[in-house]
Structures are given as structure tokens and as C-alpha cells.
Design a protein around this ligand. Structure first.
Ligand code: SF4
Length: 282
């Protein structure tokens, strides 16, 4: 079986920066206990490795008594930064620059008089952070959500960094049919955009697509869904132990790609296991 790997593999630059800053923070004993709100990245292997290095995970800033609050690539709501400062916590801010750009674009649109629409999952931490910069913004996940939105003359749109490009386009089209003026800024990050394009192209060349990444990773899930819509039998896995031999029965060409928070070494292990399964079948 031939295995075709997508060009973009391993961590995106935002996750790589976050992990480097987290390594430095936990290594610096002057920081006291270093706490993240939620897992450092959507990847169970990396979460475990950082837990072993002493990184603590909390659900709420109210639960952090002292030391350092480490802000993940997703960012945090403005009020959480304020609370952490008021409590005297040190803050290491590793918000991805592409996420900060979304906050800036949304604030700019609001300052220009647009009613803000955020396209994304309201339960995703990145979106919660964005909404805190533009309180009262409307949140939309699908074109049909637009029907229920109130009247406005001008709407300004930003989108979750890891959203699907096709999903964003469909929502902007629907908004354009309802509102007089729509100004949409495509804030899907370059890494997500590249991986989605590669998923579409590769899925048309292979029979089976394996996508490696945390089950809670939005961008990994979108890649697996996208590959499936382009005709590949698609599997979203977190590690090589989930691969089943029967997935590759009679398969001549399989594809392999990963989400933005998946380490390169994990993709290599999955590739090695796919090769082993293929050798066993032949
Ligand atoms: S997926 Fe994009 S926005 Fe998210 S951390 Fe990576 S580069 Fe930044």
C-alpha cells in the first residue's frame, strides 16, 4: 500500500510557539505553579507530557490561588485576564497571533459601526475570547441561523480561526441575502486554510484517509469531515493503536494528515503502523 502524506504535518506555528513558551514557563521555578485553563493543546499525548513536567490544569481562574496563569493559543476572555491581574497572578500570554488578529479585526469593525457576527462554535474557548472583545456580537454556526438574527443595516463578520472555509462562505452568502451591507473578514488562519486545501486534494487521490489529532480538536474534525465529502473513507484517530487492519484491506493508496496540535513524531508512528499493517496484509 502506498501512503501519501499531506505536505503540512505536525504543529502549526501558533501551537509550536505556545508549547515553547509553556516549556520555558514550567522550567522557570520563579513562576511558581503554572496553570492553564483547559488543556494546553487538544492532544492527549502532549497534555500528559506537560502534566508530568508540572503544568496544572484548572477549569476556572477562581480556582487558581497563586503562581502563573498560562494563556493557551486559543486566548482567554478579557474578564479572565482582569481577574488574574486583580488576584496578583503572573500571566504568560501565549495567545496565537492569528487569534489576536481576530480580536483586532472584530473591534475595528465595531468601531466602524458594524453589528458584529462571529462565525464559530460558541462553546469553543477561542470564540469565547473573541466574544469578550465585542460584547453583544451575534454568533452563527450555520446558514439557517441567519434567519433568526434581528434587523440591522450593516453587519461585520469574523470567523473562528479553525472553521471550515466552505462553511464560512455559505454563511456570508446567506448574510448578504439578508443585510444591506456585509463586510466579512476571513480570519481562518493560514495553517487551517492550507490543511483544508490539502485534505480536499489528497482525498481525491486516495481510497482511505487517516487524520491524526485529538478528538476534541475542531480543526482535525473538520479535516476528517472534508476528506469524507471528497470521497475518501475517512478515519479520525488519536494514535496508532486505533488503526484497524481491515480499514486497509485491498487498499492501494492511503492518505495521512494531521491536525494543528498533533506532534510530528505521532504522525510518524501512525505512518509506521500503517506500513506494518499493510505488510501484514500482503
Ligand atoms: S490553528 Fe491557526 S489560529 Fe490556531 S494556533 Fe494554529 S496557527 Fe494559531
Amino acid at each position: 500500500m502506498e501512503i501519501r502524506k499531506a505536505k503540512t504535518q505536525g504543529f502549526c506555528f501558533g501551537v509550536a510557539i505556545t508549547l515553547k513558551k509553556a516549556e520555558e514557563a514550567v522550567a522557570d521555578s520563579e513562576n511558581g505553579t503554572v496553570t492553564t485553563l483547559g488543556h494546553i493543546v487538544h492532544n492527549p499525548q502532549m497534555v500528559k507530557s506537560f502534566e508530568e513536567k508540572g503544568l496544572v490544569n484548572a477549569h476556572n481562574v477562581d480556582d487558581v490561588e497563586a503562581g502563573t496563569l498560562f494563556v493557551r493559543a486559543h486566548g482567554l476572555p478579557v474578564e479572565v485576564f482582569e481577574k488574574a491581574s486583580a488576584k496578583g497572578l503572573s500571566i504568560v500570554d501565549a495567545t496565537c497571533p492569528m487569534v489576536t488578529k481576530i480580536h483586532v479585526q472584530a473591534e475595528k469593525l465595531r468601531a466602524d459601526g458594524y453589528k458584529i457576527v462571529v462565525v464559530g462554535d460558541p462553546n469553543h474557548p477561542e470564540v469565547k475570547g473573541t466574544l469578550s472583545h465585542v460584547p453583544g456580537a451575534w454568533i452563527v454556526q450555520a446558514p439557517q441561523d441567519v434567519d433568526a438574527l434581528p434587523r440591522a443595516s450593516r453587519v461585520g463578520v469574523v470567523v473562528q480561526s479553525t472553521w471550515s472555509g466552505a462553511g464560512f462562505t455559505a454563511i456570508v452568502q446567506k448574510l448578504s441575502s439578508k443585510y444591506y451591507e456585509v463586510r466579512a473578514v476571513n480570519t481562518i488562519c493560514t495553517d487551517t486554510h492550507n490543511r483544508q486545501n490539502e485534505a480536499e486534494a489528497l482525498a481525491q487521490e486516495v481510497e482511505v484517509m487517516v487524520v491524526v489529532g485529538g478528538k476534541t480538536s475542531a480543526n482535525t474534525k473538520h479535516l476528517a469531515d472534508l476528506a469524507a465529502t471528497r470521497g475518501a473513507r475517512s478515519y479520525h484517530i488519536e494514535g496508532p493503536e486505533e488503526l484497524l487492519p481491515q480499514w486497509f484491506d485491498g487498499v492501494a493508496v492511503a492518505g495521512l494528515m494531521s491536525g494543528a496540535s498533533t506532534p510530528g513524531w505521532l504522525v510518524d508512528r501512525v505512518e509506521a503502523q500503517m506500513e506494518a499493517l499493510s505488510r501484514r496484509a500482503s
